[in-house]
Design a protein around this ligand. Sequence first.
Ligand code: SIN
Ligand code: MN
Length: 216
Amino acid sequence: MLLPRERTEIAPGAVHVPDWLNLEQQRRIVEACRGWAVGPVPMRSARLPGGHQMSVQTVCLGWHWQPYKYTRTADDAGGGQVAELPEWMAELGQKAVNAAYQDPVAGLNYSPDTALINYYGDAAAMGMHQDKDEKTSAPVVSLSIGDTCLFRFGNTETHTKPYTDVELVSGDLFVFGGSSRFAYHGVPKTYPGTSHPQCGTKRGRLNITMRVTGME
Ligand code: SIN
Ligand code: MN
């Protein structure tokens, strides 16, 4: 028997809301991401300052992120002007905050100005890290579509234990704010071939994180 997956507060301010996006919403987002992946800035695997190239591929909206800063032009990916973050996505971000915190006004002043769209191929993973290039402590809103992944949500002090492992399935929402905003987190692995057949993508995993950069 499949146990129901329920909204869970993993840590104070860090909330997992299973099945938040319906299949139609997932397909629309995947379609939009297909367009952004090809331009004006192409999706690419960012290179870390130490030389390591990430296995995840990324394209950004609003502000371009490269390790470890935000710019309006994609200086490490052809120099193009980053695409705008559409109003519908910012509104989705507000609704996500409301849903996560079960408060119809929690997202009222939430106005994400960047979204990082990450694509995980079968072997892609993301090491434990903090999202700390933003100048604000507004929550991060994370949407998952496609293959299920193992998402590791840790603590604000160290990239090791204690942490909680959560499976993020196509359509799931995860929001981390409050005292969990700067917690370490990562994706040790995805589960290839677990994507919902009607979510819009047959292979791989898409993750969208909306953030408030605090940049002018
Ligand atoms: C991230 O931490 O930027 C991405 C997390 C995820 O892929 O779920
Ligand atoms: Mn992150």
